[in-house]
Design a protein around this ligand. Structure first.
Ligand SMILES: N[C@@H](CCC(=O)N[C@@H](CS)C(=O)NCC(=O)O)C(=O)O
Length: 206
């Protein structure tokens, strides 16, 4: 019986944040595939039994259930003693970037990728809007990474794992990540961490 169970699906970058943390910290974990594209997270039973917020990822550990990727990362950092803050100031800084990630960096890009890369809507006013917003968030993070190898404290932390949720996804978005050279260099540093795996290697696809 694995210590950790992660309700997830391969296409979910939000789930990848937690999956990569579990993998890099060497935990005994198992993915539980969620049939997202056939509406499993929208059923009453899934919401009642797994997550009332209707979202993946969901982590089960020691009889408890955790949702929201940032909170899961924070919990795992505390449990494993890895990739967490080393001071109060770092704790605040990590949360500042994880909140920015959830609100802008991940959410605009993930929505763009969902529409353009997975649902194949083609270019619409909506995809243009999300690309513009995602580009602004990526420029800001690129600028930050021009001054530091990782987001906080000069070493890999859960802030990086949060922001990295979607940057390794292969689908087309109409955004060229090579336009963000510091993000590209940061991705290479993350990839070089022992144990790193791509999203579709870590989780089954829905
Ligand atoms: N802020 C949440 C976002 C989670 C999220 O949006 N998950 C998507 C899959 S990547 C989902 O389950 N969406 C449910 C829906 O759209 O109905 C987190 O970081 O965990």
């Amino acid at each position: 019986m694995p210590q950790y169970k992660l309700h997830c699906f391969g296409e979910s970058g939000n789930a990848y944040k937690a999956a990569l943390m579990l993998e890099l910290t060497g935990q005994d974990w198992q993915p539980v595939l969620v049939d997202y594209f056939h509406g499993q997270t929208r059923t009453d039973s899934w919401r009642q039994q797994i997550n009332e917020q209707g979202e993946v990822p969901v982590l089960e550990h020691a009889g408890q259930t955790f949702t929201q990727s940032a909170l899961i990362l924070d919990y795992l950092a505390a449990q494993t003693g890895q990739f967490g803050p080393q001071s109060e100031e770092e704790h605040r800084e990590i949360w500042r970037w994880m909140l920015f990630d959830n609100h802008k960096f991940t959410s605009y890009y993930a929505t763009l990728r969902f529409l353009y890369g997975l649902k194949k809507t083609g270019e619409t006013e909506v995809t243009k809007f999300f690309r513009e917003r995602a580009t602004a968030a990526y420029q800001l993070v690129d600028q930050h990474l021009s001054q530091t190898p990782f987001m906080v404290g000069g070493r890999l932390t859960i802030a990086d794992l949060s922001l990295a949720g979607y940057v390794f996804m292969p689908e087309e978005t109409g955004m060229q990540l090579t336009d963000f050279p510091h993000i590209e260099a940061w991705k290479a540093r993350i990839k070089a961490v022992p144990g790193w795996k791509a999203p579709y290697e870590l989780m089954p696809r829905a």
